[in-house]
Design a binder for this molecule. Structure first.
Ligand code: SF4
Ligand code: SF4
Length: 371
């Protein structure tokens, strides 16, 4: 079954510079994949040469390594450590500033971020699903987060269908990938001769129209469908269901929580790389002269000791309760908050956990025994 409503066109394999140039003419700064310190990260592109080609990302529990792609593709790498999250929910930023005016009165001033038009090249299906969840949190009508909204409003998303999922990927079992089906302006599927492209928004349609591309052929559309099905079939990890709320809540006293606590370092890497985690802390940073201060927001993690402090005691005093909070909030609590699990199957928490704790393995161990 083909997922896209718009007709497909073919961007030639050497056509990415034309796509980037068209985005540049529309005033977008292009953010895309680049190799940095042995990993593929998303950063501002300075031309087509910056796009990594001929690389795959070999991933496993606590393991990430770039290796050669025998087919020299642009997008044969699965996701890197960064999701889209840092582009909209900044790791640290100033929310407001306070200071005294000449009359000595205190004044408070909102500090909104600079929000240039951004085009992101190479977003994967799991990250589009995660972005929709971040939207549900930061853009809820009763409390729109002005900082997130300012960045999010000027975004153009070029998605890419995954052809080579990592061994850590399990988006097929969460229902979020590997084929992008929503949330993009343009989506690309890479074939040897070029990229089969679909528009998903008016902005995407308008941009593709400027490139004067030929329609994709039925053979190319079939190849894209086969590629998506093969990528889904290649995923070896899975969660045992899309809604684990009741099953997990029945297992809050399971001995596995003690077992995983023996291995977990409470470092918070999993929450930092997770594209859907949105916990943050806030603090005031006074200027050295004492005349003003800024109010900062910084990413926080449920693995931190201070995260569970409430009125003089800690509701999560040990790693057992913190790991349990992470897993049960992500896979159970989110159903009540957002109507779905908070996991989109990107596998980052598995690859970037320094001791290789595997969320799918922990869930399997919890489910193996009846409580
Ligand atoms: S819980 Fe892990 S696999 Fe799921 S979305 Fe977060 S980082 Fe990805
Ligand atoms: S599960 Fe792994 S990444 Fe997460 S806090 Fe524990 S040791 Fe760190």
């Amino acid at each position: 079954m083909r997922a896209h409503a718009d007709p497909a066109v073919l961007l030639p394999i050497d056509g990415l510079p034309a796509l980037l140039a068209a985005l540049g003419r529309d005033g977008y700064r292009c953010i895309g994949p680049a190799v940095e310190k042995g990993a593929i990260v998303m950063r501002e592109l300075d031309g087509n040469d910056a796009l990594p080609r001929g690389l795959q990302a070999e991933q496993g529990p606590g393991h990430y390594r770039l290796v050669a792609d025998p087919h020299n593709r642009y997008f044969a790498w699965a996701n890197g450590p960064q999701a889209l999250k840092p582009l909209f929910f900044a790791p640290q930023e100033t929310l407001w500033r306070a200071g005294r005016g000449d009359d000595g009165a205190l004044r408070f001033e909102a500090v909104l971020p600079e929000a240039p038009k951004l085009a992101v090249i190479g977003a994967r299906a799991c990250d589009l699903a995660a972005l929709a969840l971040q939207d549900a949190h930061f853009l809820r009508p009763e409390r729109v987060d002005a900082h997130y909204a300012a960045r999010r409003a000027r975004l153009f998303l070029v998605a890419v269908q995954c052809a080579v999922p990592a061994a850590t990927c399990f988006c097929g079992s969460t229902g979020d990938g590997p084929v992008p089906t929503a949330g993009y302006d343009i989506t690309l599927a890479e074939l040897p001769e070029g990229f089969v492209a679909h528009a998903g928004s008016d902005a995407g349609r308008a941009l593709l129209a400027t490139l004067d591309l030929a329609p994709a052929t039925p053979r190319q559309l079939d190849a894209v469908q086969v590629q998506g099905e093969a990528a889904a079939a290649a995923q070896a990890r899975a969660l045992p269901g899309k809604d684990l709320h009741d099953a997990l809540m029945r297992r809050l006293d399971h001995p596995r929580w003690d077992e995983v606590a023996m291995r977990c370092l409470a470092c918070g890497n999993c929450t930092a790389v997770c594209p859907t985690c949105f916990c943050h802390a806030e603090f005031d940073q006074p200027a050295l002269d004492g005349a003003s201060s800024t109010h900062q927001r910084v990413w926080d993690s449920c693995f931190g000791e201070s995260h569970g402090h409430l009125h003089g005691f800690n509701v999560r005093p040990d790693i057992r309760t913190r790991y349990r909070q992470w897993l049960t909030h992500k896979l159970a609590g989110w159903h009540a908050q957002f109507g779905r699990s908070g996991c989109t199957g990107c596998g980052r928490c598995i690859a970037w956990c320094p001791v290789g704790i595997d969320l799918t393995g922990e869930v399997a161990a919890l489910m193996a025994e009846q409580p």
